[in-house]
Design a protein around this ligand. Structure first.
Ligand SMILES: Cc1ncc(COP(=O)(O)O)c(C=O)c1O
Length: 370
């Protein structure tokens, strides 16, 4: 199976990394870091960017800058990577796990409304796989109930809701540049915001409590060092240049795969709302209805893997199903959809969607024949 490897670099990454190596600043204060923060923020329709060593730290930075702490709650979807919840817990607050919608795989706005308590401070939508959560309903809800929105946009580089990019809706957002993401430096993350004061607090938190324009050895708040290196920024600048054409390639291939499989009983791909006019195509998600498809999700996963098609049988448990949350430290709302997805959902990684057209048709034929 001719599936391209991921990640990959070109001469462009090599040239920019060499430029850093030939300078006397390899750390977070090379001009590439500033250039990357500004370029990526602008790309996502935001005014300010504060980079971090990874997306998990960017989420922790968002909690600190938002002043979220003990006795407070943040609503998190029951299906996400663990960092969405641990960032809340590490801030001393309580994650409240709320169900996702059956086919968008994103936070259910009605169930979110029902989960709000007097302690709730924020909602954290996760744009799962790339297509965005229902930002019309979630933003209206947050406004009506006086809550902050922190977007976990770790999967949503370049994604749009009615022409407005992921990460620009809430008070703040975060992105990940970890190895599997559609833009990567192996590790990396960024916090974006349109609020200048929030950006300044986040930067102070990531930069040992320093303040912009004040001295190197002057520390104003209790903070840490979350900075990215210039080597990461060099790679990310090159990756950002290539992102729009890669999104377009994945969009074409996903359209083709979906249309080739349109009549396959019992297979439902992620529903992309019409408001999502463009997205990252980070994961191609789907669900298998065993009775109608003929075989189980696990058998589907095994068959694809045996034929050389990379496939992941979803998460092994909901976020609250992790041993970490088995003894409390969270509030759990009813999550029947999330629990069903654990049994019947799967995803194909984005590199599958970067194959040539013939390979995409071959994958469709394999799935049709299962
Ligand atoms: C939804 C989500 N949020 C946060 C993260 C954390 O990002 P990182 O791995 O860069 O720490 C990930 C990571 O992989 C993720 O999928």
């Amino acid at each position: 199976m001719r599936i391209p490897k991921w990640p990959y670099a070109t001469e462009r990454e090599l040239r920019l990394v060499r430029e850093v190596l030939e300078s006397n600043q390899w750390g977070g204060f090379h001009e590439f870091v500033d250039r990357f923060e500004k370029s990526f923020a602008e790309f996502q329709h935001c005014a300010h960017g504060v980079s971090a060593a990874n997306g998990t730290l960017a989420l922790e930075m968002s909690m600190a800058a938002a002043g979220i702490g003990p006795g407070e709650e943040v609503i998190v979807p029951a299906i996400s990577f663990v960092s969405s919840a641990t960032a809340v817990s590490r801030a001393g607050a309580t994650p409240v796990f709320v169900d996702i919608e059956p086919l968008s795989f994103n936070l259910d706005p009605a169930r979110t409304a029902a989960a709000i308590s007097p302690r709730t401070r924020a909602i954290m939508p996760v744009h799962f796989g790339g297509p965005m959560a229902d930002m019309d309903r979630l933003m209206t809800l947050a406004r009506d109930r006086g809550l902050m929105v922190i977007e976990d946009a770790a999967h949503a580089h370049g994604s749009e809701w009615n022409g407005k990019r992921a990460g620009s809706f809430g008070l703040a957002s975060i992105f990940s540049f970890q190895n599997s993401k559609v833009m990567t430096a192996g590790e990396g993350g960024i916090l974006l915001t349109n609020d200048a004061d929030f950006a300044e607090r986040a930067r102070a938190f990531a930069n040992q409590g320093r303040q912009t324009g004040k001295g190197w050895f002057h520390h104003f708040t209790l903070a840490s060092n979350y900075r990215i290196t210039a080597l990461q920024a060099a790679v990310l600048l090159a990756q950002l240049e290539r992102l729009p054409q890669q999104i377009e390639l994945r969009r074409r291939n996903e359209d083709l795969l979906r249309s080739e499989l349109a009549g396959r009983e019992g297979l439902a791909f992620q529903k992309v709302p019409p408001q999502v006019n463009r997205h990252s195509h980070y994961l191609l998600l789907g669900r298998i209805d065993e009775a109608r498809f003929g075989i189980s999700r696990d058998a589907f996963h095994k068959a694809l893997t045996a034929r050389g098609v990379p496939c992941t049988p979803f998460y092994p448990h909901t976020l609250y199903g992790n041993p970490l949350y088995q003894n409390g430290g969270c509030r759990v709302e009813p999550c029947p959809v999330a629990e069903a997805c654990i049994r019947d959902a799967f995803w194909l990684p984005h590199r599958v969607l970067m194959a040539d057209e013939e390979t995409i048709r071959e994958i469709a034929a394999i799935i049709r024949g299962l």
